[in-house]
Design a protein around this ligand. Structure first.
Ligand code: UD1
Ligand code: CA
Length: 456
């Protein structure tokens, strides 16, 4: 076990986001920002993760569940005060504390690991991860002496005009030795432009005490980007999106147009699958190999089998198995299972139903609360009438049944195996196996009627 513990600061309101949602719960790549930071902390090798919560603490705590230990910062008095709240959980701890902010979603574990290793190798009491950028606005600036040693950090709001021109910024990521960290935190004051207990001030304090402090520069500025506004959120989203798509392409997925493809970090896709433009893949969506998805497909929590082809389709909370073709203009709603080799055509909606192997729903059909067997053919414009205004009922269509065009199957009703339904029927009673059910007005034909009508 390493002697590394991570403390993640997530108590701030995120005033600049102008949101009711705590800042760290805003999503990037489909996951709350704090989730990304937590994952990076896990990958860094930290043996314990402590998250400091405050604004919207119930929501953040609920999201974190058992994944981290939680401490409450009742009043948000600054980043230094926030870290101090973790002290009771680290009373006996001797080792390094990796301090992270919950608003840096692009962070990666490997970066943290090497930062920690460099810190250890330097023998410093505290190290800060820094980055150089053309646009340092909003970040604390790193102050260095002529010999390049770090002196401390000055916040933008406290910086002189000259200090504001410094391009090396504080990423808000630190490694600090404990118990020294807490000893210093107790001595912080809030005598600054924001009246807050700044964590950044620990560097000045440590230096004053003759401790070694170290500034380690990362080359990857976007990785440490802190999100304070919706604009920065969009910027991070775009970077994250590029990363996700790159990873998928590296794993053998073809993305026809990365600029119009939106895939969340939670999605998995097999090799040789092709993603056409204007496609959104979200949540727990999992796609097999050799599939063709898009154009214009949105899938949220959908499991898709190999070699399935979907176009112009919206599916959510459902499963589509192997070698299915569906679309254009299909809506697959929750609790639907589409089995292998099914064909679903234009303008079809399926809800809370199972469609068996090789069945066909080619055109203009609504299937709700139904169990359809295999080899079933539903003609154009079939409707399962599943709702009487009070309750929903199921329709059962057994294997190899053939339902003629424009039929209504009024549930609860069962169409037996291999039987036929005459086109235009409204079926209200069960049809046994191998039978024909017809339920419609009989046609009458009156000769010469039209001529008489016109002359009347
Ligand atoms: C902070 C740093 C700044 C650095 C930047 C990097 C300080 C004083 N400044 O500024 O030098 O360049 O991060 O992104 O540390 N938080 C709490 N409790 C509080 C206040 C903040 O938990 O009382 C949390 C926030 O939820 C956030 C993190 O600490 O996750 C950083 O706070 P934020 O207000 O975003 O600090 P910055 O102004 O960005
Ligand atoms: Ca910030």
């Amino acid at each position: 076990m390493s002697d590394l513990v991570a403390v993640i600061l997530a108590a701030g309101k995120g005033t600049r986001m102008k949101s009711k949602l705590p800042k760290v719960l805003h999503k990037v790549g489909g996951k709350p920002m704090v989730e990304h930071v937590l994952q990076a902390a896990e990958a860094s090798g930290a043996r314990k993760k402590i998250v400091v919560v405050g604004f919207g603490s119930e929501k953040v705590t609920e999201f974190l569940g058992k994944r981290a230990e939680i401490v409450l910062q009742k009043e948000q008095l600054g980043t230094g005060h926030a870290v101090l709240q973790a002290e009771p959980l680290l009373q006996e701890f001797v080792g390094t504390i990796l301090i992270l902010c919950g608003d840096t979603p692009l962070l990666e574990g490997q970066e943290l690991k090497s930062f920690y290793e460099e810190h250890k190798a330097s023998g410093a009491a505290a190290s800060v991860l820094t980055a150089c950028t053309h646009n340092p606005t909003g970040y604390g600036r790193i102050l260095r002496e002529d010999n390049n040693n770090v002196m401390g950090i000055v916040e933008e709001k406290d910086a002189s005009d000259e200090q504001k021109t410094i391009c090396e910024i504080n990423t808000g990521i630190y490694c600090v030795e404990a118990p020294l960290l807490f000893e210093i935190l107790h001595t912080l004051s809030c005598d600054n432009a924001q009246g807050e207990y700044y964590l950044t001030d620990i560097l000045f304090k440590l230096r004053e005490k003759g401790q070694k402090i170290c500034g380690i520069v990362t080359k990857d500025f976007p990785m440490i980007m802190g999100i304070n506004s919706r604009r920065q959120l969009a910027e991070a989203e775009s970077i994250m999106r590029g990363r996700i798509l790159d990873k998928l392409m590296d794993n053998g997925v073809t993305i026809m147009d990365p600029a119009s493809t939106f895939i969340e970090a939670t999605v998995e896709i097999g090799a040789d699958t092709i993603i056409y433009p204007f496609t959104w893949l979200e949540g727990q969506t999992n796609i097999g190999e050799g599939a063709i998805i898009g154009p214009q497909v949105r899938l949220t929590n959908v499991e898709v089998g190999s070699e399935t082809q979907l176009q112009f389709l919206y599916g959510h909370d459902c499963k589509v198995e192997k070698q299915v073709t569906a679309g254009p203009y299909v809506h697959l709603r929750p609790d639907t299972v589409i089995r292998d080799n099914v064909k679903i055509g234009n303008f079809v909606e399926v809800k809370n139903s199972t469609v068996g192997v090789g069945s066909k729903l080619p055109h203009l059909t609504y299937i709700g609360d139904s169990d359809i067997g295999s080899g079933v053919n539903m003609g154009c414009g079939c409707i399962t009438v599943n709702y009487n205004g009070k309750k929903k009922y199921r329709t059962i269509i057994e294997d190899n049944a053939f339902v003629g065009c424009n039929s209504n199957l009024v549930a609860p009703v069962k169409i037996g195996e291999g039987s036929f339904v005459g086109a235009g029927s409204t079926i209200t009673k069960d049809i046994p196996a191998n039978a024909l059910g017809v339920g419609r007005g009989r046609q009458i034909t009156i000769k010469d009627w039209a001529e008489k009508y016109r002359n009347s």
